[in-house]
Design a protein. Structure first.
Length: 312
């Protein structure tokens, strides 16, 4: 049933939403952007091998290659000339493609060198002078930001770690590996008291922050190498306890992906996701459909470490 839904609903939607330039916007007919294009490409490469899907993937690869900035990053919007967190997602989409190895290497260098605001010298000096420290977190830990020069947040940090975890180990520089370890430390430090994560702060004005589904899923996927840690088990328990109340197709698809990754497949959640389509008739956006495709995929190869040499 899951494969039928993917083949009859998700993949036709993605093919129909692709623009002439090879990219996808967030919605059918909207301007192509790197982020929705990357997710659509990941979904196509995960579940499809037909000629039409291969052609769509090839056009997407060309589009993403054309969007890369001279410094190796990708912008969040085509009119911008500054890199962003989207670089991690695009690199993840391109990672297994031999012909994209140079693009990925340049993106990796940018991600390894790009520091969030709190890790830069001027911010460290300000904190030292005024002794300002956000409650409930260690400001010496940092990850990645949404935009250049701003503070670390849970989701862009998680996306960067997922990409770095997929990289062949021999291609990771010491700087990249150091950033990955620091990012993991930051995520554990930012976990909410009840388990799970929100966008950034575990405490707000001394009050425990409320976890969010999407942030929790991305952090769990980033920390997948540590399934037995008590923080992971506590966060999985939080997600499980709240899964039946999820109303958003995006959040539900992401929840299924997380449970699949940790060997906790729940068929009832897949039925709920299909029900959301029947009720709303695909009023979803491109990333949501891509995540639904990945959630219902029999394989999870997009979350497995890669090695170069595949170019089919």
């Amino acid at each position: 049933m899951s494969s039928t839904f993917v083949e009859n609903i998700c993949l036709p939607y993605l093919l129909g939403a692709q623009n002439e330039d090879g990219g996808w916007g967030f919605h059918t007919g909207s301007t192509s952007r790197a982020e929705p294009t990357a997710w659509a490409l990941i979904a196509l490469l995960e579940v499809s091998s037909s000629d039409s899907h291969k052609q769509a993937a090839s056009k997407a690869l060309q589009f993403l290659g054309s969007c890369q900035l001279p410094d190796g990053s990708w912008p969040s919007s085509p009119e911008l000339r500054e890199g962003s967190w989207v670089t991690s997602v695009v690199c993840l989409a391109l990672l297994a493609r031999k012909e994209c190895a140079e693009n990925v290497a340049r993106g990796l260098t940018w991600l390894s060198n790009e520091l969030p605001g709190e890790a830069r010298t001027v911010h460290r000096l300000i904190r030292r002078i005024f002794a300002k420290k956000p409650a409930g977190q260690n400001v010496s830990y940092f990850g990645w930001s949404w935009t250049v020069g701003t503070a670390s947040w849970v989701e862009p940090t998680s996306h960067a770690i997922i990409f770095l975890r997929m990289m062949p180990p021999q291609l990771l520089s010491s700087a990249a590996e150091s950033r990955r370890r620091m990012g993991e430390t930051m995520l554990y430090d930012r976990m909410c008291v009840s388990g799970g994560w929100n966008s950034g702060n575990p405490m707000v004005y001394g009050v425990p922050g409320e976890p969010q589904v999407s942030s929790t899923v991305w952090a769990l996927l980033a920390l997948h190498e540590h399934p037995d840690r008590p923080e992971i088990q506590k966060s999985l328990a939080w997600l499980q306890a709240h899964s039946s109340a999820i109303q958003s197709p995006a959040s539900l698809a992401l929840t299924i992906i997380a449970f699949n990754a940790y060997g906790r497949l729940d068929a009832s959640l897949i039925e709920s996701l299909r029900g959301m389509y029947e009720k709303n008739e695909i009023l979803w956006n491109v990333p949501e459909v891509a995540w639904a495709t990945l959630a219902m995929s029999a394989t999870q190869s997009w979350l497995q470490p890669k090695s170069y040499g595949k170019a089919d």
